[in-house]
Design a protein around this ligand. Structure first.
Ligand SMILES: C[S@@+](CC[C@H](N)C(=O)[O-])C[C@H]1O[C@@H](n2cnc3c(N)ncnc32)[C@H](O)[C@@H]1O
Length: 179
């Protein structure tokens, strides 16, 4: 949902990761773009604000929005679909919303594209309890990852330039697992 041009949906259908797609967005204009991208494919289209509870999908993809907006959507959702989430910022609020709404994270990794870093979180119904560091830096932040290391180093360099120096300790702790 929040499909915009539906390029992610196209990739899911093209690679066989999805057989059918329910494509939704708050904007009718975006759905027009999605219809062009997905012409000839098995897809249904809906203008909707948030997750449409009438659609019973196996998995829901929500990418490219702020973490606070994604958290609001997850908190209002009571279905059983697996979730694939990629918040543009505030990923910690997404992890907290998952924890509070009966989801457990099964994968949580960072990747780099065009010199920007993105979080990708997969979750399914279940129970989890995250610590502060896991919420902030990823459920598996202790697992080695070149992209996460680079992202943490960049964050640390920025924090060291600014006034909020006590954040350095957390970043240094997170980075210590990546050495
Ligand atoms: C930056 S685009 C991301 C598109 C695509 N998901 C991706 O990652 O490539 C964000 C999309 O979210 C949609 N959106 C924003 N708020 C929404 C809401 N409350 N409910 C549904 N869609 C929303 C916007 O209209 C826009 O198409």
């Amino acid at each position: 949902m929040g499909c915009d041009h539906a390029l992610i949906t196209k990739a899911a259908l093209t690679t066989g990761k999805a057989r059918k797609a329910y494509v939704s967005d708050i904007s009718e204009e975006c759905l027009k773009k999605a219809r062009i991208t997905l012409a000839g494919r098995d897809a249904s289209y809906f203008v909707f604000d948030g997750i449409n509870p009438d659609i019973k999908a196996d998995a829901i993809i929500i990418c490219g929005m702020g973490g606070k907006l994604i958290s609001k959507m997850i908190s209002a959702y009571n279905g059983d679909a697996k979730l694939l989430l990629s918040p543009q910022k505030n990923p910690e609020s997404v992890r907290l919303a998952l924890e509070s709404n009966g989801y457990k994270i099964t994968k949580d990794f960072c990747f780099e594209s065009s010199r920007k870093f993105y979080d990708c979180i997969l979750a399914e119904r279940g129970h989890m309890k995250l610590g502060v560091m896991e919420r902030k830096f990823g459920a598996f932040y202790r697992t080695r990852s070149e992209a996460l290391k680079k992202k943490l180093e960049k964050m640390l360099a920025n924090v060291k330039k600014g006034p909020d120096k006590e954040k350095s300790a957390e970043l240094e702790e997170a980075l210590s697992w990546q050495k």
